[in-house]
Design a protein around this ligand. Structure first.
Ligand SMILES: *Cc1c(COP(=O)(O)O)cnc(C)c1O
Length: 231
């Protein structure tokens, strides 16, 4: 068994185990393989091991890989999206996790409308309120959700967050719990076209905690492909 296959099977086993502990359906968790800096060959290997969801954080990088992989998988944009890359992003990505401003939502809506697509998005929220560059503030998220819901070519499907890199287990746990609570508050508003179905939280170092706190999308790179070599 290859290292990639072994890693993926281990993660699936942990998903199963965590969901059993928390009484949730294991089938409801999506494992997004994060493939930034990873070659097409290795991505195909992961797909061969059952991966159906690929996460990338740069449109430029996906532009090169997409032709070799195509629509056999669902593509997730997990990194910051610049306005000038939106047009290309809506042509490729099934779910954009990183919407954090109204202006970005408006631009995605506009570009999606042009190709007659309904674009699924998540709001990225900076729960820790810490120095992280991206993600809207918790206080802004409800208003942003309401406005995004009014854009006809968007469907808001949930929330995404990242815990800070240097952190404790307790800190990560409280961030993930905070995201789940926020999703609950947004759900209670019963906003038009807003569905709090996905909680995208947890990476290699903290996905087990995220699963315990209700994540149903986890984004794992290093834990599948090994340490990334910086380009
Ligand atoms: C790179 C990245 C991940 C995966 O990180 P690993 O620690 O390699 O699992 C997850 N989410 C986002 C937003 C990322 O940029």
């Amino acid at each position: 068994m290859s290292a990639i296959q072994q890693n993926i099977e281990e993660i699936y086993a942990i998903i199963q185990q965590k969901k059993m502990l928390t009484g949730q359906e294991p089938g409801n968790v999506t494992l997004v393989a994060v493939t930034k800096t990873i070659s097409v060959e290795k991505i195909k290997e992961a797909i061969g091991c059952g991966i159906g969801d690929i996460g990338e954080n740069k449109v430029q990088e996906v532009r090169q890989k997409y032709p070799f992989i195509g629509d056999t998988v669902r593509w997730h944009l997990i990194g910051h999206l610049q306005a000038n890359k939106v047009k290309e992003a809506v042509r490729i990505f099934d779910l954009i996790h990183s919407v954090d401003t109204l202006s970005l939502a408006v631009e995605i809506n506009k570009q999606a409308q042009k190709i007659n697509k309904i674009q699924d998005i998540l709001l990225e929220v900076n729960i820790s309120g810490e120095t992280s560059k991206f993600g809207c503030k918790q206080e802004e998220a409800i208003a942003l959700a309401g406005m995004a819901g009014q854009l006809a070519h968007l469907r808001l499907k949930g929330l995404m967050t990242m815990a800070p890199f240097e952190t404790t287990e307790q800190m990560s746990r409280s961030i993930f719990r905070g995201l789940k609570e926020l999703a609950g508050r947004i759900r209670d508003r019963k906003l038009l076209n807003v569905e709090m179905r996905y909680l995208s939280m947890g990476m290699t170092s903290d996905y087990e905690i995220a699963l315990e706190e209700g994540a149903n999308i986890i984004r794992i790179g290093t834990g599948i492909f090994g340490e990334r070599v910086r380009p």
